[in-house]
Unconditional design. Structure first.
Lengths: 112, 438
């Protein structure tokens, strides 16, 4: 199994969720996060004083999937979340050793 | 003139609302989330302290008999309102609310870093040595009224120049907040600031329109004056403020690319400040001109503090001193006796430079008096009680240090304020339980 983690622009979140659901992803964990990458935040002006706001709001999606589905899920996220402008985000995949469904005690593929 | 007394009851309550809650909201929203309660408390405490002081010797020092050549009134003549008739009480409370807001205005210059005890000591000393004397000189038949005939309808010199200069002196004396100019200190809740600015505007009708002084020698004359002059000051207060808001937004749009909500709120206050001394002295055209000039100039002036490294945190100098000076001096250009209640014409209405000279003289006296008195009080507190909270308390949040409270119980992702919020939330209930067991 793989853990797919994606950090994307907040306004793309609804599109990404819809595309993933259409593909057959049944659940995910989503959090509102802040951070920065190459775009380095943004500037706000208050009474003429410019402030560099380092952290910009992002959405983080975490999905545990079967090994075979990982590439497809990554592809869907990248295709849907892409605007082509700086600050679109990142997606990464990491191995998962085991998964347990708390309600039943099912393990691994059964638990997804 | 039952109508006049009814109006003064309303006007007095309106001006009281300008300090609590309007100014507290306006300033509170602009401060950081870890110091918003302290910021609001400075206004509320100003009301408590100055309110008591005013009835003890404030009224007497303002409207008592000339002392020292008209520099202040005799504080003992009407001490604790001795000999003041019931029918004058509403006038006393109306004036009380002016002293309160003037003192409260200063707090914006020294936000986030001053001990409540120092503020409580400063308040009675400052109104006694700076506010009451200047109010006496301008409105109580004192020095400026007698020798300069300067026009100040509702407090350009007494309130705004006075508070602005005091803010400047204290900001220099007390010093910058830790991290000023290096880390962002942006307003934490501009919705509060917008509400505060709107309420200030509403309350300002009490402030300006309530400042009418009936001068007729008959009931009919007073009624005629009341009906025309209140309309004039109400209209001018409205139109100048509209123009100032637009002026500020325009300058922002040109200089920084965006028209901001903070700019709208600030433009409103700048316009109200500038039309305060001039609302009875100018016609519609003058009101528009004063508004636009005040909005545009103040929008530019608030940026100057970064050049001088001055942490006038919420721009008391840039808005109240600059706006108050503009309103006071522009009377010298726009005052008209024909279509407004001016006592002498300005430069544009055939009055030559006489009025401008009078206005500049009054402004200069107010600046000098306020600067000297504030410096003396400020230094005295600095070398006895001390002004500032500890560096640790300032960084972690003055709210918890001075009041044992934090304003918000919110979980946000990442911000400097979160850590102090969490600490306070977990320690406060424990302390309360221990107290209950003991």
């Amino acid at each position: 199994m793989k853990l797919v983690t994606a950090v994307i622009k907040p306004h793309k979140w609804e599109d990404v969720r819809e595309a993933l659901e259409t593909f057959g992803v049944t659940g995910m964990t989503v959090s509102e996060v802040s951070g920065y990458g190459r775009q380095k935040g943004h500037t706000e002006v208050y009474r003429g004083a410019e402030y560099d706001i380092a952290l910009v709001p992002k959405i983080r999606i975490e999905i545990v999937v079967d090994d075979n589905d990982a590439e497809d899920v990554v592809g869907i996220i990248v295709k849907t979340a892409q605007t082509g402008r700086i600050g679109d985000g990142k997606v990464w995949v990491s191995p998962v050793e085991t998964v347990v469904r708390v309600r039943t005690g099912d393990r691994d593929a059964e638990a997804l | 003139m039952a109508g006049y007394y009814a109006w003064m009851l309303v006007a007095t309550a309106l001006v009281l609302m300008m300090t609590t809650p309007a100014l507290a909201l306006f300033y509170g929203g602009m401060s950081r989330s870890k110091s918003v309660l302290n910021m609001m408390m400075m206004s509320y405490v100003a009301l408590g302290v100055v309110g008591i002081v005013y009835v003890l010797w404030g009224w007497s020092m303002t409207f008592g008999e000339n002392e020292a050549g008209g520099l202040f009134g005799n504080p003992f003549e009407m001490f604790a309102l001795d000999g003041v008739g019931w029918d004058a009480y509403i006038g006393v409370v109306f004036q009380l609310t002016f002293a309160v807001i003037t003192a409260a205005l200063i707090s914006g210059a020294i936000a986030d870093r001053v001990k409540l005890s120092a503020w409580v000591v400063f308040l009675p000393l400052w109104v006694t040595l700076s506010y009451f004397p200047i109010a006496h000189m301008v409105w109580g038949g004192g020095f400026i009224a007698e020798h300069l005939a300067a026009q100040d309808y509702a407090g350009g010199t007494v309130v705004h120049i006075n508070a602005g200069v005091a803010g400047l002196v204290l900001a220099v004396l007390i010093g910058k907040r830790i991290g000023f100019g290096k880390e962002p200190m942006r307003p934490h809740n501009l919705t509060l600031t917008m509400i505060g600015a709107g309420l200030l505007w509403f309350g300002w009708y009490g402030f300006n329109v309530g400042s009418i002084v009936l001068a007729g020698d008959s009931e009919e004359a007073n009624t005629a004056q009341f009906m025309s002059e209140t309309g004039l000051t109400f209209l001018n207060t409205t139109i100048a403020t509209c123009a100032a808001m637009l002026g500020w937004l325009l300058v922002e749009r040109l200089m920084h690319g965006k028209a901001t909500t903070l700019g709208a709120a600030s433009g409103i206050v700048a316009g109200l400040v500038a039309i305060t001394p001039s609302c009875g002295a100018v016609n519609l055209l003058g009101a528009v001109a004063i508004g636009v000039i005040a909005g545009a100039v103040c929008a530019w002036a608030v940026g100057l503090k970064y050049r001088f490294g001055l942490d006038d945190s919420l721009d008391v100098v840039g808005v109240h001193l600059v706006g108050g000076l503009l309103g006071t001096l522009l009377i010298g250009f726009f005052a008209t006796t024909e279509h407004a209640a001016a006592t002498e014409n300005g430069l544009f209405y055939g009055g030559g430079l006489t009025s401008l000279g009078h206005q500049a003289g009054a402004a200069a006296i107010a600046i000098a008096w306020s600067a000297v008195m504030t410096l003396i009080i400020g230094l005295a507190i600095k070398y006895t009680l001390g002004w500032r909270v500890s560096a640790e308390a300032e960084v972690e949040g003055i709210d918890y240090d001075q009041h044992g409270e934090t304003a918000y119980d919110l979980h946000t992702s990442v911000s400097g304020a979160v850590s102090s919020g969490v600490v306070a939330a977990s320690t406060a209930p424990v302390a309360a339980t221990e107290g209950a067991n003991a």
